[in-house]
Ligand binder design. Sequence first.
Ligand SMILES: C[C@@](CO)(OP(=O)(O)O)[C@H](O)COP(=O)(O)OP(=O)(O)OC[C@H]1O[C@@H](n2ccc(N)nc2=O)[C@H](O)[C@@H]1O
Ligand SMILES: Nc1ncnc2c1ncn2[C@@H]1O[C@H](COP(=O)(O)OP(=O)(O)O)[C@@H](O)[C@H]1O
Length: 292
Amino acid sequence: MLDLKGTALADQTAWAKINLTLQVTGRRDDGYHALSSLVVFAEHGDVLRFQESDVLNLTIDGPFAAGLSAAADNLVLRAAEGFSALAGRPLNVAVTLIKNLPVAAGIGGGSADAAAVLRGLCSLTGLSPDDPSLLDLALQLGADVPVCLAARTVVMSGIGEVLRPVVAFPALALVLVNPGVPLSTAAVFKARQPAFSRADEQLPPPDFDTLLDWLGERPNDLEEAARRLSPVVPRVLDSLAATPGCRLARMSGSGATCFAIYENHADAESAALALRGAEPGWWVTATGLRAG
Ligand SMILES: C[C@@](CO)(OP(=O)(O)O)[C@H](O)COP(=O)(O)OP(=O)(O)OC[C@H]1O[C@@H](n2ccc(N)nc2=O)[C@H](O)[C@@H]1O
Ligand SMILES: Nc1ncnc2c1ncn2[C@@H]1O[C@H](COP(=O)(O)OP(=O)(O)O)[C@@H](O)[C@H]1O
């Protein structure tokens, strides 16, 4: 923990977002799509460190640092600039981003980074993370930033700004797999078939087996388009589905990261080990859900 001008600014984790379901229910005039999605957060994520500085500055480190620019369009810097405009004064910090999550991967890494910056700067300035102006800024930064700011199990709708907390939810044992092929969110939305799902406002059931039935009835409407754009997606899903104890294998968001839900953590760990051995080029992580 560091002391920034007398205020402690702790490291922030940018937890990976997982869309357990994703229904596309409509399209707005501005081209954005209305969604209904059960969103959870993994224990695993990027880490952001903050230090005192005279200028706003970003350094990127970690396994997925290569290929991600630290220029002004990075969501970390856009979030810090947006927060400074809100606060009416420059908030100069040197941010180190440890990029543990693959980029353009359907698990909201950039959105989670932006949300982690907003959370950090809230603790620096005393602004409440529930302040409506902060929620407006989050949505301007990206449709997934509000949910990443909440960082808890919710049913998300609108384009990402309507969040309904899910209070009772089972602990899940998951494996996340990314095959190393980036998929653009805009391109996947563009490639999808034009039909819409019916808007579904139901909250998920708390019991594990009933939840799996509920998830089975609500697929990811972007999966078909992602499979066409990136033929490795079906291979990832087949590989996950073939591992012992796998109860559901599905893509998250606009892909290409896929997840599988297991009976227990031992099965998830064994599956991750086997997949790493079979596909050394894939990013494979066994994880639970973020508590809280
Ligand atoms: C699809 C989802 C599901 O959680 O996740 P990812 O696959 O990105 O992780 C999100 O809605 C992505 O949110 P985010 O990545 O923040 O999207 P933005 O930067 O705001 O938008 C990128 C582009 O995606 C399309 N887009 C995004 C969100 C939405 N509700 N409708 C859309 O049509 C638009 O073409 C937009 O120009
Ligand atoms: N800090 C960041 N981390 C990841 N991607 C970022 C970041 N800042 C900007 N981006 C850009 O945002 C886009 C979406 O990345 P990301 O949030 O990882 O994926 P997704 O939207 O599929 O979940 C990428 O094209 C990337 O160049």
